[in-house]
Design a protein around this ligand. Structure first.
Ligand code: SF4
Length: 243
């Protein structure tokens, strides 16, 4: 197979994956508007700055070191692993969820269970990125027992580390995942159903609230709404690239 054939096959594979994702969203038409087609990946939209990457990697490592074997809140008692976060320290886009679940606690990695697979599909098939292009983390780094919501004292103890992570990464955009994460980040009582889809700000960074993938597993008909939110993020990243 020559280079042209390989490129063609690559394009066909990408288009197929994207169409499969749109089908999974319940779209009965081909989505080609709003953000242009094909959409460049984020690492092309906002190129990685190698110098910044070195600094950001070491700053993130310092935040992790400061967190240490943390016992700052009662969530440390039941955890197997601290789930600090993972991805590109120079990411233009950061996803922030609520806290680790069972699989995440076992593996020490964010969004690796069933909801994590759906988030990965959104990133890979929907946005045509890889998980390594973005950064993924949570408000609390230890699993709340029985996946209950994190409590205010736990959030208060852990959130400074999220803020430090964001200060190291300096993302252009945050996507807030789900009711608890978004309410916490925005310090509001307003629910995700009314918040989602419109731009907010967290620590000076534009934030797009959207549904949590775990909610989408229970309510797949709302995947279309998440796709609407994701398209707004892609459009904003495209605008930033042109600035
Ligand atoms: Fe420390 Fe955060 Fe875990 Fe609480 S949730 S023990 S503050 S790392």
């Amino acid at each position: 197979m020559d280079e042209v054939q390989r490129e063609f096959l690559d394009i066909v594979t990408q288009v197929r994956a994207h169409l499969e994702y749109q089908k999974a969203l319940g779209l009965s038409f081909i989505e080609t508007t709003s953000v242009g087609s094909p959409q460049p990946p984020v690492h092309q939209v906002i190129p990685t700055n190698e110098k910044s990457l070195v600094r950001q990697t070491s700053e993130l490592a310092a935040v992790r070191e400061e967190l240490g074997d943390c016992t700052r809140c009662k969530l440390h008692k039941g955890r197997r692993n601290i789930v600090f976060g993972e991805g590109n320290p120079n990411a233009a886009l950061v996803f922030v969820g609520e806290g680790p679940g069972k699989e995440e606690d076992e593996q020490g990695r964010p969004f690796v269970g069933a909801a994590g697979q759906l988030l990965t599909d959104i990133i890979v098939k929907g946005m045509r990125l890889s998980r390594d292009d973005v950064y993924i983390c949570n408000i609390v780094k230890c699993r709340p027992p029985n996946n209950r919501n994190p409590e205010p004292d736990e959030i208060m103890a852990c959130e400074p580390f999220l803020i430090k992570q964001l200060q190291a990464i300096k993302p252009k955009i945050i996507i807030g995942l789900g009711n608890v994460a978004v309410k916490t980040l925005l310090m509001t009582k307003e629910g995700i159903t009314s918040l989602r889809g419109s731009w907010k700000t967290y620590q000076g960074i534009p934030l797009m609230p959207t549904f949590h993938p775990a909610y989408l597993l229970r309510t797949p008909s709302d995947k279309r709404l998440v796709w609407d939110d994701i398209k707004k993020v892609l459009a904003e990243l495209e605008k930033l690239r042109k600035e």
